[in-house]
Each structure stands twice: as C-alpha cells, then as structure tokens.
Design a binder for this molecule. Structure first.
Ligand code: BG6
Length: 481
C-alpha cells in the first residue's frame, strides 16, 4: 500500500544516548533506504553534549552504524546522514530552546515530532520550555519513552506535567511491543477468521498463557533495572499490551480511539487484587548462579541484598462476559531457558469419546524468536482404528505476511510522523494498568518474604509451576509434546 509521505522535522532529545544510537537512528536509516521518509524530512539531534554536527556524525559513525543489520549501502547511508543536524540543548536552559525553535522555523514541515529519549525527570521542564517557544503547536507530536513512572502516582505526575503543555492527541507513549507485526496481527487473526472469532471465549477456552521469556540477564543495566524489576519493566507495559490484544472486544473501527477504548476496557476489567491475593496469585523471583551464569546479586551495580524481582508470574482474570472465570497466566523473566514471546490459548478438553483419551486443542501465537501461529489438531493414528494423535499445523507469519518487514521502532516512528495514534498508549489505559498493579507493589514494599529463586537458564521457580498446578494446568514447556 503506498501512501503520501509526510514532510517532517524530527527532534531527538537524548540523541547521544543508547536508544538513539542503537534503535532510533538505525530504524530511521532503514525507512530512508526503503524510500519511506519524505525527501525533505530532517532529523535534529539534540543533547547536552557540546558537539557540532560533524562531531555528532562521527559518533553516529562509530556508535550507531554498526547496529544496521540489513540493507546497508554506503550511498544510502551518506544521503541519510545528510538529513541530520546536531544542536546542543541543555534542558535547564531556556535560551537553548529558542535556538531549537529557530532551527525548526527555518521551514515549515507539516509534522514536527519531538522524541523525548531522556529520563522522565526531564520531561516537565522540557515540555515547559518547548511550549514557551511555540514548539507545542497543533502540528507538534511528542513521543515519550518508558519508563513512564514507577507507580500510579509518579505516572500521573508525568502525564499531568506533559498535559499542561500538550493535548492528549499530541502525545505518543511508546511501547515497542505495539510495533511488532506479530502482535498487531492478533486482531486480524481473531476478528478476520470466522471460526476463531466464534470460539474465542470462556465457552471453549480453558486458560491463556502470556509469556515474555528472555535468555539475557540484566547486562550493563543493573543500576536502572534494580530500581525497576520485572513488574515495572515488562508487565505494566509489554505483557499488558499482549493481554489487551488477546482479550479485547472488536473495535468499532480502525480509529485510534476505538482501538484504545477497547484496550482500556480490558485493563479496567482485570479483577482487582487484595493484599491476600498478591501472596496467592503473584510469584516473584530472582535468578541465582547456575551452569556458569552469574546470579542477579552478582551482576554489576546490583546491591548484594537486592530484592528486585527478575521474574514474575501472575494469575489474572478478566471479568467480562467473554472471559469470566478463565485464568490468564502472565509471566516474564530474565535468564530463562529460552528467548520466547508468545501467547498460548489452551482450549477446553473434549469429553471422552470413542476417539480415545481426552485431549484439547491448543493455539500458540509466537512473536519471538520466530513469528508463527501453530494449532494443535487431532488426527487419526495410522493403523489404529479411529484413535487420534496430536499434530501441529504451523503457519509461518514471516512468509505469510507479504510485503516489506520493518523493525518495531521503524514502524512506530513512521506512525508518529504520519500522526496515527493507534499504536500508542493513551493515558487512561496506562494509569488503569498501574492501578491494577499497585496492590502488588504495595505488598512487596512491606513484605517480609524474600523473592523465590530460580537457577539461571531454567524456566523459573517451582512456585510458578504451583500457581498453575492449583488449577490443574501446566506451563507450555511442561505440556505433553
Ligand atoms: C524493554 C525492557 O522494554 O524490553 C528490557 O526494558 C527488555 O528489559 C526488552 O529486555 C525486551 O524487548 P524485546 O523486543 O527484545 O522482547
């Protein structure tokens, strides 16, 4: 599908930082090389460092270029960096914003995107100075990177600060999981295939598992991670988005608010947890050294007595007519056995029939490492009457989705430039997610019980298996092949 390209000025705050070098600039290069950026579009890279454009580009050459994994051509690269200008901007200095506004006003791009790739503590001041120089006009869109707060109160504070200068329709809250095609595909998969739509409910579904498992540990991010933990880093955002796409009702239209209204309803319908529920339905754990891999407490910048969770599993319920009583098992962790992001829908068992032993269909929607949808069917076992054996039918989404594939950040950046909010989170939804998780954070803050432990490279603590066993269920890796 071709559409008109939008002329833009993209201002990246924190341009010398990790996200900008590793993700934003390489993603923009990809869009550029594919001819998907307006030819006049400019990138204004800003940060506190006192550099000129040539010095910044030298840094891009050494720190960013290496992250371009495909479609690299020196010619495309040279024309790409021609779009970049660097400006030193100290967020605490109003006069720097005047210079920034002057740079933007040298022409009038139809879309001005301001990407705040900085710590949230700078957001309020940055927004105030941007507004003071008119960089909050209607054609300005502001992009906020997570973490947007560390609890309900701090998230509200950030949203209030931004809302003082920008209308909600100008605010693009990034969750890079929403840029993953495998996740977006859930809606066409569910609502575009008549047989799935009919059985997508408590009547046929016994349980749902949502997993984001990582093999990596906290790497060099120990200092940040220790203040966050798996619940804030992954559950409040990425896991919640996966849950919304699995559980939401069909939106009335493709319109951003129609989609976001339905997501909000899912989060609002999550059964609230009491302090007692937290002990019963939430498992937190930390990895310990195993098989030559360090434990969390031995990672750099992690205090030796840290209680920060690197793993969390939750038994949740979505209290809507479609889902009442169906457990949603959510889990994420670092240093697990495999890297996998997936949704497992376990259908109810067929009653005993003359086909043989009881069995249940299962649908697995995998976003990582491969993008697949697999359905477990039952077929006749050769030479054994009508007795059945399970058989897996695998749809390779990578092959099936025709068209050029792009990385999540590239997709999201192009959406912002075009001014489409569908793949960005609205404030009410994010705050509802914090509201639901607050009892967990409050309980952990005072709990005398230490996190469980799990061996690095394993599938997590026994307590997470027990969580499912109480309902007579098993995590995917323990289910019969
Ligand atoms: C980030 C988290 O938001 O998502 C990281 O801060 C995590 O801790 C990452 O590793 C996972 O993203 P992906 O796309 O690799 O699954």
């Amino acid at each position: 599908m071709s559409h008109q390209l939008t002329d833009f000025d993209l201002i990246i705050f924190g341009a010398t930082g990790d996200l900008s070098m590793r993700k934003l600039l390489p993603s923009l290069y990809q869009a550029h090389a594919a001819g998907l950026l307006h030819p006049d579009g400019r990138i204004l890279a800003v940060s506190r460092s006192r550099l000129d454009t040539a010095e910044f580009l030298a840094k891009v050459e050494s720190d960013s270029k290496q992250h371009i994994k495909q479609h690299f051509s020196e010619t495309a690269w040279q024309s790409f960096i021609g779009r970049i200008t660097y400006l030193p901007v100290d967020v605490t200095r109003p006069e720097h914003f005047v210079a920034l506004a002057d740079a933007v006003k040298t022409r009038s791009a139809s879309s001005v995107v301001i990407y705040l790739s900085t710590a949230p503590r700078f957001f309020a001041e940055a927004c105030r100075h941007l507004a003071a120089v008119g960089l909050n006009a209607d054609n300005v869109r502001i992009v906020l990177e997570k973490p947007l707060g560390s609890d309900l109160a701090s998230s509200r504070q950030i949203n209030d600060d931004v809302a003082r200068y920008f209308k909600e329709g100008q605010v693009y809250r990034i969750d890079h999981y929403l840029g993953k095609e495998g996740l977006q595909n859930l809606l066409p998969l569910r609502f575009g295939n008549v047989f799935l739509e009919r059985i997508w409910s408590r009547e046929y579904i016994r349980s749902v598992q949502i997993t984001i498992a990582e093999q990596l540990g906290v790497e060099e991010r120990g200092e940040f991670y220790d203040t966050a933990g798996a619940l804030r880093d992954m559950v409040q955002n990425h896991i919640m988005q996966m849950l919304c796409f699995v559980a939401m009702e069909p939106p009335q239209s493709e319109d951003a608010d129609a989609v976001r209204d339905e997501k909000l309803k899912v989060v609002a319908a999550l059964k609230p947890m009491t302090a007692g529920d937290v002990d019963k339905y939430v498992v937190r754990a930390q990895y310990v050294a195993h098989g030559g891999q360090k434990g969390y407490l031995q990672e750099r910048h992690v205090p030796a007595d840290s209680r920060t969770e690197t793993y969390v599993a939750i038994r949740a319920e979505v209290d809507t007519p479609r889902w009442q009583g169906v457990p949603f098992y959510l889990r994420t962790g670092k240093r697990l056995a495999q890297r996998r992001a997936e949704i497992v829908v376990n259908f109810k068992e067929r009653q005993q029939t003359w086909f043989g032993p009881q069995h249940a269909n299962r649908l697995i929607i995998r976003l990582q490492p491969d993008e697949t949808v697999s359905m477990r069917w039952f077929v006749k076992q050769a030479g054994n009457g009508l007795h059945t054996v399970p058989a897996e039918m695998v749809l390779d989404l990578g092959q099936a989705m025709s068209g050029r594939r792009a990385d999540a950040y590239e997709i999201l950046l192009r959406e912002v430039i075009d001014g489409r909010l569908n793949l960005f989170n609205r404030r009410d939804e994010l705050e509802k997610a914090w509201e639901w998780l607050m009892p967990v954070l409050d309980n952990w803050a005072v709990s005398k019980v230490a996190p469980y432990t799990y061996a690095a490279g394993s599938w997590g603590p026994q307590a997470a298996r027990d969580l499912l066993a109480r309902d007579g269920n098993l995590w995917l890796e323990e289910q019969a092949a």
